[in-house]
Design a protein. Structure first.
Length: 331
């Protein structure tokens, strides 16, 4: 929208040979409105399996002494140990309590022909009625077969310490972990960046190459493998990133039947999270401007001058402002 105002020409300086002058003005005003709406829908499902021991257990109150040693790696200094004592209430499955050296109920086990204890919650070799002592047919490496644990409980994965030590030894030769002295303690680098990367890499390996972590990631390790990300930083050098991939190669042909027990159970948790986010916004803008002009009207065919000479000025103000913004989220 615009408007203009013009004044009638007049003779600015009366007299012979003078030309009239024209004065004019103009203004404009603009209004704009924009609206936007958005909808985001997200759904995530989790299906974790949690181990539960449902057999015979026993509670034991134990007293213990503890010692905490603090080592300042940036100063290569070990502080005086902090010592103390305490007690705690622990609950063990009967087989674990026995193997730990604790007394157990007299009915907890019997002695087998080989002299080894047989606990009342140990797997029984007898096959359940209508069952076979072999893996389900859907397990295997061929087309349409399942690798990993699937619905099974994965526990007591062996030789993880050997795997971790072999991996650490190789990484030390590559400079990703701190070397060891004759007592088995780490000798950290004097470079603060390299020392930091050595500490972080060791922490990552301790967490990822643990029995608990690998048992929880058994399916992923047996199928595509799961990665461990390491980093090497040195002052004045580009950062190096190293990725390890841990994989399990299953030998289904070597599987043997061990028995059945109702003391080991698994709880499957069906967890779902659905999120709907709706958003709406309306934005308006207002703009305006104005100007004025002064024209010296020179007759045509006048030597040395154009027909019109003018000067003017204009200004504009513009800015968005919200009118009705809004949003709603549902989870």
């Amino acid at each position: 929208m615009s408007a203009s105002l013009g004044a009638t020409s007049f003779d600015g300086m009366p007299g012979a040979g003078e030309y009239p002058v024209s004065v004019g003005g103009n203004g404009r005003l603009g209004v704009g409105i924009s609206a936007a709406e958005g909808l985001t829908v997200n759904g995530v499902a989790y299906f974790p399996g949690v181990h539960r021991y449902t057999g015979h257990t026993q509670g034991v109150e134990l007293e213990f002494d503890y010692e905490v040693t603090v080592r300042l790696i940036d100063e290569n200094k070990k502080l005086d140990p902090i010592r103390g004592e305490g007690s705690g209430l622990f609950r063990f499955p009967e087989p674990d309590a026995y193997r730990y050296g604790l007394p157990v109920d007299a009915k907890a086990f019997t002695v087998g022909p080989d002299g080894e204890p047989v606990f009342r919650d140990d797997p029984r070799r007898e096959l359940p009625e209508g069952r076979k002592g072999e893996l389900p047919t859907f397990y295997g490496k061929g087309r349409g077969k399942l690798r990993g644990g699937g619905p099974a409980l994965v526990q007591h994965v062996t030789e993880m310490e050997q795997l971790k030590r072999a991996t650490e030894s190789e990484l030390r030769t590559r400079g990703l972990l701190a070397p060891l002295d004759h007592t088995g303690k780490s000798i950290y680098s004097l470079d603060p960046l390299e020392r930091l990367s050595q500490v972080l890499n060791q922490k990552e390996l301790d967490e990822q190459l643990s029995v608990d972590s690998l048992q929880g990631a058994y399916d992923q390790a047996a199928q595509d493998g799961f990665p461990i990300q390491l980093v090497l930083m040195r002052t004045g050098q580009a950062t190096r990133h190293v990725a390890l991939r841990v994989t399990f190669d299953q030998h289904f042909e070597k599987a043997t039947y061990d028995g059945t027990t109702d003391a080991e159970d698994v709880v499957y948790l069906n967890i779902g999270s659905d999120t709907n986010v709706w958003s709406r916004s309306v934005t308006g803008s207002l703009s305006g401007g104005g100007g004025g002009g002064l024209a010296h009207l020179v007759p045509e065919q006048t030597a040395g001058a154009g027909p019109n000479v003018s000067a003017g000025a204009a200004g504009t103000a513009r800015g968005p402002f919200p009118i009705r913004p809004g949003s709603r989220s549902t989870t």
